[in-house]
Design a protein. Structure first.
Length: 116
């Protein structure tokens, strides 16, 4: 019999646990109280949001695209407010600031915009 080499499985398990712990720490530090028992599945939509990152000598600004859901947008604005109140700094000393991009109505090329 050959012995199975499962070292990479152990490494992946350690990374999964570390990522889950990071998500739960972020939830406890920055998310509104209504998310105190939220699982990874509920938080994942916030971590997967697209956006823009701008940086300068003193600040890194992250602007996130809003959701299509009003409640999620309220929670996202509150999340950005809570993060900005705590003024987190990156390891290089720059301030990390979050904001929500303004909601825009996108139209596809060739699609006409209808006004009611």
């Amino acid at each position: 019999m050959y012995e199975l080499d499962n070292r990479k499985d152990h490494i992946m398990t350690v990374f999964k646990v570390a990522l889950a712990n990071l998500a739960m720490w972020t939830r406890d530090q920055y998310f509104p109280a209504s998310y105190s028992n939220a699982t990874w599945e509920r938080l994942a939509v916030f971590f997967h949001l697209p956006g823009l990152i701008r940086s300068n000598q003193h600040t890194v600004s992250v602007s996130l695209r809003p959701f299509n859901d009003r409640q999620y947008n309220r929670d996202l604005h509150l999340l950005c407010q809570l993060v900005n109140q705590k003024q987190p700094h990156l390891p290089d000393g720059r301030l990390l600031a979050f904001s929500v991009l303004p909601a825009t109505c996108l139209t596809l090329n060739g699609q006409t915009l209808l006004l009611a």
